[in-house]
Design a protein around this ligand. Structure first.
Ligand SMILES: [Mg+2]
Length: 205
């Protein structure tokens, strides 16, 4: 059976924080606020891990304007993009015989929007979104679901991501080799640490 490469989405395959910044500037500008409102959203976003309802309630208290969570889930994905080199790298892995899965924690509406908008959905075998499958990283069961969805085996596979607990520790718990993307070199140590996704592709063999 074919071997599997799992990829995290946010801040691994795409610059999620950059897209959030663009959305924040667009929303606050449209609502008539200055750059301080966008800067506040970026500063309190916590990489997307802060619950949106909580973030937007605090924003309303401070700036007096309500941001709809539903509108955010619809609008934010339209600010995401994938670099051509990332799409090319994914396509090359697939041509080399790997099965590819995106394994991402998040809501179906938000993550599906990003996967479609960026074109990533078109170049992978399966997109595993935690809300859809009922299990979240770092639970190793989500990687088993990804392998099944992609038609691959976990043995000899890889997990590539930016989060030490969700991606690296989660992948290791599922028996995958791991590549940690980003500037941190935290515990647990991954098999490889690289500054960006582009340096990860040649390590997968
Ligand atoms: Mg991530």
């Amino acid at each position: 059976m074919d071997r599997l490469v799992c990829f995290d989405l946010d801040n691994t395959l795409i610059d999620r924080d950059g897209a959030f910044r663009s959305w924040a500037r667009w929303w606050t500008n449209r609502a008539g606020f200055g750059t301080d409102a966008a800067d506040w959203l970026v500063a309190h976003d916590n990489g997307g891990y802060r619950p949106r309802a909580e973030l937007f309630a605090d924003f309303e208290q401070r700036f007096g304007a309500a941001i709809s969570v539903d509108d955010y889930h619809r609008d934010h994905p339209t600010f995401t993009w994938a670099d051509d080199a990332v799409l090319t790298g994914l396509a090359a892995l697939r041509s080399a015989g790997w099965r590819l899965a995106v394994v991402t924690n998040g809501t179906v509406i938000q993550q599906t929007g990003k996967l479609t908008q960026t074109g990533i959905a078109d170049v992978v075998d399966y997109c595993c979104i935690s809300e859809a499958v009922g299990v979240r990283k770092p639970d190793p069961r989500i990687f088993a679901v990804a392998a099944q969805g992609a038609g691959a085996t976990l043995g000899g596979g890889w997990m590539v991501g930016d989060h030490p607990a969700y991606d690296t520790a989660g992948g290791q718990a599922a028996g995958l080799k791991t590549i940690q993307v980003g500037s941190h070199h935290p515990e647990p140590p991954a098999d490889h640490h690289v500054p960006s996704i582009l340096e990860a592709f040649p390590l997968i063999r």
